[in-house]
Design a protein around this ligand. Structure first.
Ligand code: KG4
Ligand code: ZN
Length: 338
């Protein structure tokens, strides 16, 4: 406690970001330290799990130390430690879990293991201080594309998800195919601004009537087929047009399904989360489609869309308030479900 505020330290190491943050009363970020490994993995065109866990190990203590000092608090003032224990890369998760358990034990601080996906949703509590459940959440990241009903704090009901590639994965794969490199999402977003989204008729995949599931794996094949056909015909390829048309095919389906889900469950708010939530076209399109039905769309700023410790601290705070406690036998669960 400091100045009457309950302080949570959040630790996140599920993929390629070593992150820690101190959050007051589950809502107010006092620090948000993110040590990104993106430059290291770029050379390999994607995250290399072994390298990720080694780097987490090298960085974790400094990152936690910086999160405390930037928040101007000491270990003794921390009331709760929240840590991501899944889903994610097992070797990466283990570093955060081990660090959190060691500190919880050494300093006698309660511990709560957090589902990374619940964390992404909780990022919105940090940005929108008045936001309270119930609402509909849309999580679109490198590993997940999920529509989740949130009836109350610390309760999530998954309504639909991807059957193959996640949205971010599709962005990364198509970016590679068209030579934009890694990480693909932001590069496609940028290139798409210069292209015509109606120039190539990529198929929108809605699956069965009423389904809230997604399928994006066919888009990479469609992009490859398009490139081959154009090359064989000796035509010039406009990468910006490919990026814009592909992006439109992805974001249109995501926006439609998120709005359908909100209408079905009578929710007046959709909150966005995950790395792909920073896609400029998705933010614009979902906003306009939802507005037609009087539904508000809340978007965290890009720094809270990406993996961070603050969102884990916020989720841990609400889990703790609803009575959750985690023992020191906490283990990483790479395939953790909702
Ligand atoms: O949530 P996140 O930081 O990590 C996890 O996957 O948990 O999401 C990373 C993903 C990557 O696939 C990246 O290409 C994508 O989010 N991404 C974007 C944009 N910024 C990041 N995709 C589309 N448009 C963007 N502006
Ligand atoms: Zn994530």
């Amino acid at each position: 406690m400091k100045n009457g505020q309950f302080l949570t330290l959040g630790i996140e190491t599920s993929c390629d970001e070593t992150a820690a943050s101190v959050v007051a009363d589950g809502r107010f970020m006092m620090s948000n330290v993110i040590s990104s490994q993106i430059d290291i993995h770029t050379a390999y065109g994607g995250v290399v799990p072994e390298i990720a866990s080694r780097r987490h190990l090298e960085r974790i203590n400094d990152v936690i130390g910086s999160a405390l000092s930037e928040a101007d608090v000491t270990k003794d003032e921390i009331d709760l430690i929240g840590v991501t224990y899944g889903p994610g890369l097992v070797g990466a998760l283990l570093i955060g879990v081990a660090a959190a358990k060691a500190m919880a034990y050494a300093c006698d601080i309660p511990l709560v293991g957090v589902n990374h996906m619940h964390g992404h949703i909780a990022a919105n509590y940090l940005e929108h201080h008045d936001l309270e459940p119930p609402f509909m959440a849309l999580i679109v990241s490198g590993g997940h594309t999920e529509i989740v009903n949130v009836p109350q704090y610390n309760k999530c009901e998954k309504l639909g998800g991807t059957r193959d590639d996640a949205a971010g994965e599709a962005f990364d794969k198509v970016a590679r195919v068209i030579g934009l490199g890694y990480p693909g999402g932001p590069k496609v977003d940028k290139a798409a601004k210069l292209g015509d989204p109606g120039s190539i008729p990529f198929k929108r995949v809605y699956l069965e009537q009423g389904s809230l599931d997604f399928s994006f794996s066919g888009l990479k094949t469609q992009a490859l087929n398009y490139l081959n056909t154009e090359k064989q015909a000796g035509r010039d390829i406009n990468i910006n047009n490919v990026a814009a048309s592909f992006q439109e095919a992805v974001v249109e389906v995501i926006a439609d399904k998120a709005v359908t889900a909100a209408l079905k469950y009578g929710q007046k708010q959709i909150v966005m989360a995950g790395g792909v939530a920073s896609n400029s076209r998705l933010r614009e399109l979902i906003g306009s489609k939802a507005a037609v039905h009087g539904i508000e769309v809340l978007k965290p700023s890009p720094i809270l869309c990406t993996d961070n410790g603050a969102m884990i601290a916020s989720a841990a705070y609400y889990a703790y308030r609803s009575g959750e406690r985690t023992g020191l036998d906490l283990d990483a669960v790479p395939g953790l479900e909702f």
